[in-house]
Design a protein around this ligand. Structure first.
Ligand SMILES: *Cc1c(COP(=O)(O)O)cnc(C)c1O
Length: 389
């Protein structure tokens, strides 16, 4: 039975119980599975039956995790990866041939940018970038050999919003595969498939784990495309470990309640920063001042947990602010219970040239706050004392 409500899906989608009738899903730390006899073995390898053979192909724990994400995203099928980047790389590699072309938003995760600019050209896979505010230009970038349209929304780290419905219409009209990195929204806040995405990718390392423990990734979507991604991955080995899948499946049970609080806290931080005289600007999808506020409201349930802002006084003032932080962590991760402050220009996006960074709206003074689950008064007090010093 397919569970209808998100919270119930998150909690009640489970692998079959073993003979021990455990309540919580057990952990299947087994690299391989046995066959009844030679016929069972032959039929399993011939894929005449759905059966676990080897944990690089599938495992009960990874299957449970994938099934949950598929239900939450409204996807036909999926495959789980060791990291978000393994999911992104494998999806591109499985679906593209040399000579193919990608149209992508310029504001993508730093390592995705490195894949597009440094590695794919080695196999003659080229790309064209469009800016977040230039969706109308997308069609002019499409060439005869364009196969994939790629974007994140909200973007990392500037939390810009792309109109998923528009991207879906363009992809459909030009017969492109639309791939959306839905990491910042999670399946709870936004379902890109509803707007025409063919594949949705998550770094499960972030809000899906939500507690800063394990790495993971997942790609879900159209069954015919996922079959290609599955076959590529089962042969190349970027698969998620059963242990991490077990952790992530459990994490999904609390995703809705965690996200409700993350979003409530983030909105309070955004409102506090917007009113502060030492702050140049603040961007948060559910602040009325956000340039794409209407689009965010249309496609997201809440604004997420990331707030981007700039301290007055340029890079020096930004550094001073970060050095004065006491409670929040200085770390490159995001989506943790612990609030985290990052300076993207010197860390996650330092491999981009300054002009590439500016075109992706990452100014030198931009600070990214991943708002956690501490008492919000304590987080705001920390930001306040750091801004005042
Ligand atoms: C972190 C992140 C990734 C990469 O995920 P990993 O699990 O670290 O490999 C991809 N996209 C976005 C938007 C991210 O924030």
């Amino acid at each position: 039975m397919k569970n209808k409500n998100f919270e119930t899906q998150a909690i009640r989608t489970q692998i079959e119980r073993s003979q021990f009738l455990e309540h919580s899903s057990p952990l299947y730390l087994s690299s391989s599975f046995v066959f009844e006899d030679s016929e069972d073995m032959r039929a399993s390898f011939a894929e005449e039956k759905e059966k676990n053979i080897y944990s690089r192909f599938s495992n009960p724990n990874t299957s449970e995790f994938v099934e949950k994400i598929c239900q939450m995203e409204g996807a036909e099928s999926g495959y789980a990866f060791a990291t978000g980047m393994a999911a992104i790389y494998s999806t591109f590699a499985a679906l593209l041939n040399s000579g193919d072309h990608i149209v992508s938003c310029r504001s993508v995760f730093g390592s995705t940018h490195t894949l597009l600019t440094k590695y794919f050209p080695k196999w003659d896979i080229q790309h064209s970038y469009f800016d977040v505010n230039d969706i109308d230009k997308v069609e002019s970038l499409i060439k005869e050999n364009t196969k994939i349209l790629y974007a994140e929304s909200p973007t990392n780290p500037a939390v810009d919003i792309l109109d998923l419905e528009k991207l879906g219409q363009i992809a459909k009209k030009h017969n492109l595969i639309l791939i959306i990195d839905n990491c910042f929204a999670t399946p709870y806040l936004q379902n890109p498939i509803d707007f025409g995405a063919d594949i949705v990718i998550h770094s499960a390392t972030k809000l899906i784990d939500g507690q800063g423990r394990v790495l993971g990734g997942v790609a879900v979507g159209r069954a015919d495309l996922i079959e290609e991604i599955y076959l590529f991955s089962r042969n190349t080995g970027p698969s998620l470990s059963p242990f991490n899948a077990w952790v992530l499946s459990k994490s999904l049970e609390t995703l809705p309640v965690r996200l409700d609080r993350h979003c409530e806290n983030a909105l309070k931080v955004a409102e506090f920063l917007e009113a502060h005289e030492q702050v140049n600007w603040v961007k948060y999808p559910f602040l009325k001042s956000h340039p794409q506020y209407d689009v965010a409201k249309k496609q997201m349930k809440q604004g997420g947990n990331i707030v981007a802002f700039e301290v007055k006084g340029g890079i020096e003032a930004g550094r001073k602010f970060i050095d004065a932080i006491k409670l929040c962590s200085l770390s490159a991760n995001l989506g943790d219970t612990r609030s985290i402050i990052t300076h993207p220009a010197s860390t996650t996006h330092s491999k981009l040239s300054e002009s590439d960074r500016l075109q992706a709206s990452i100014t030198d003074g931009l600070v990214r706050v991943s708002v956690g689950l501490e008492h919000i008064d304590d987080v705001i007090a920390d930001l306040e004392q750091a801004l005042g010093s």
